[in-house]
Design a protein around this ligand. Structure first.
Ligand code: AHG
Ligand code: MN
Ligand code: MN
Length: 328
């Protein structure tokens, strides 16, 4: 009877390819896997216990905080703070950086995360996700916001967990993109999508057409050109992780561009755009603000927003041409 390759085994095999590694990264990732399983359990029973619905508070983004956001946030912090691998954390749900309690040792990694992405979809049983990004910093010192303001090219790992019809853990450390599916009967993530590559061009575009009245002309012209094309479909779930994951596997382009109302769009650079851009480039696709490669944007604020065009290489290239007024 084969149990298949678990995420833990895969991580250990990857660690063995770096004989000089301390094992701290693997241990950090294992803590993250535990957090993913705990959040998956809560998300999958949200309808059954009283954590559906909002807390009545709003987060730094000015958005209503859903209870599962808070629970996912607390679960990640609790699962990650004691391991001794982190110098600090940053969360979409927390205004400032999260320093490691003095009773735990500090390590040389920084973890940034969107604990629950697509939270407006929680109450209607549409898939949501967790997105994370891992950076390095000088070990052992009390990190400040400045330590987190690193370009996306500096990420040592990035990934997401998708709480969908099955729970999937997808990540990269710069050696390809690998997907694991949770087998709840074993409680293990098993390798299901090794070395994911995204098609060079897709037939799906994802954008919130409810914002059409705010679009700049480049966006309008690009979407119009897509609508004139045979076989192109619009797919938009409203959970970034869902839309991204579908387009990653099938090909296509997701756009949350800057517009007349929000010049920087809606999505956050450090814990949404950067991690997914690392993944898409490792899978052969690309990610741009429309004007520059996402991974080269120099962050200036922890929660800064950035326009995002991400997906199949040729689709992103074409969207950027239209964005810059070079489309035809
Ligand atoms: P979050 O729930 O973490 O705030 O993220 C929501 C984001 C993203 O998941 C999704 O792509 C986008 O909001 C949808 O925004 P619109 O509803 O404005 O289209
Ligand atoms: Mn999000
Ligand atoms: Mn969120």
């Amino acid at each position: 009877m084969t149990i298949g390759m678990t995420l833990t085994m895969f991580l250990l095999e990857e660690q063995r390819r770096h004989p000089d590694s301390s094992g701290s990264f693997t241990a950090l990732f294992s803590d993250l896997v535990v957090a993913a399983k705990l959040i998956s359990r809560e998300v999958n029973k949200a309808g059954l216990i009283d954590i559906i619905g909002a807390t009545g508070e709003t987060n730094i983004q000015g958005e209503e905080v859903q209870k599962l956001d808070e629970l996912a946030n607390a679960t990640l912090i609790k699962a990650m703070e004691h391991g001794g691998h982190l110098a600090g954390m940053a969360s979409e749900e927390m205004d400032d950086v999260i320093s490691i309690d003095g009773k735990y040792p500090k390590g040389g990694y920084l973890l940034l995360f969107d604990p629950l992405d697509g939270s407006s979809n929680i109450d209607v049983n549409v898939s949501v996700g967790t997105i994370f990004s891992i950076l390095k910093c000088a070990p052992g010192h009390d990190c400040t916001v400045k330590d987190f303001l690193q370009q996306g090219v500096k990420q040592v790992a990035a990934g997401y967990i998708l709480y969908g019809s099955s729970t999937m853990f997808v990540y990269t450390t710069g050696h390809g993109v690998h997907g694991f599916t949770l087998d709840p009967s074993v409680g293990e993530f098993l390798l299901s999508h090794e070395n994911i590559k995204t098609p060079e061009r897709g037939k799906i575009y994802s954008i919130n057409e409810g914002n059409t009245r705010h679009w700049l002309s480049g966006t309008q012209k690009y979407v119009d050109s897509l609508k004139a094309r045979e076989g192109v479909s619009a797919r938009y779930v409203g959970s970034l992780v869902c839309d991204f994951h579908r387009n990653l596997l099938k090909g296509g382009v997701f756009l949350y561009p800057g517009d007349k109302k929000f010049a920087d769009g809606k999505l956050r650079l450090l814990y949404e755009a950067n991690p997914l851009s690392f993944i898409i480039e490792q899978a052969g696709g690309s990610a741009s603000t429309g004007d520059q490669r996402i991974l080269e944007v120099q962050p200036t604020k922890l929660h800064q927003r950035v326009p995002l065009i991400i997906g199949s290489k040729l689709d992103v290239e074409e969207a950027c041409k239209w964005w810059k007024g070079e489309g035809k």
